[in-house]
Design a protein around this ligand. Structure first.
Ligand SMILES: [Ca+2]
Ligand SMILES: [Ca+2]
Length: 158
């Protein structure tokens, strides 16, 4: 934690993921964004955050992207379709993305727009390059985090 009570959001998400029941994590975690993205409606900014969430998990797991791709490609045909990506994000990496985020990532990766992702397309956009430098600016303050959690609490209570 830094002096201003801010934490790296990727670490906060990891902690919450461990602490919360699966169904609660799936609902809450995709909503939590770093302070500087809270009010942003830019797809481009959101996309970098999504990709970094993914890269963070891959780094944590100590696997490479080729291994990740293979484990997502359930039918082994060398292409990832929408379902393989949605399942892979959740089941292999344990990252909670909203449907909107999955769609956004898909269309970003699918360079030739054929609806599936090859390893070349995947590797072109997702890498560890500059990851640590980029990661540093993704901070969430305790205030923002408690706002999200309180909000969810009130929603649950109706
Ligand atoms: Ca496949
Ligand atoms: Ca494609």
């Amino acid at each position: 934690m830094t002096n201003g009570g801010e934490c790296l959001i990727f670490e906060v998400l990891d902690e919450l993921k461990q602490a919360l029941p699966t169904n609660v994590a799936e609902r809450i975690l995709p909503k939590i964004r770093p302070d500087f993205l809270r009010e942003s409606h830019s797809d481009e900014a959101l996309l970098e955050f999504i990709i970094l969430k993914l890269v963070h998990k891959v780094a944590r797991k100590g696997i490479n992207f080729k291994q990740l791709f293979s484990s997502w490609d359930k039918d082994g045909n060398g292409h990832l379709d929408t379902n393989e990506i949605i399942q892979g994000v959740r089941n292999v990496l344990g990252v909670d993305f909203s449907r909107e985020e999955c769609q956004l990532m898909l269309s970003y990766l699918d360079k030739d727009c054929d609806g599936t992702i090859t390893y070349d397309e995947f590797a072109m956009k997702i890498s560890f390059f500059d990851y640590e430098k980029k990661e540093e600016k993704y901070l969430i303050s305790l205030k923002t985090l408690s706002d999200y959690l309180m909000n969810e609490w009130y929603t649950l209570r109706g």
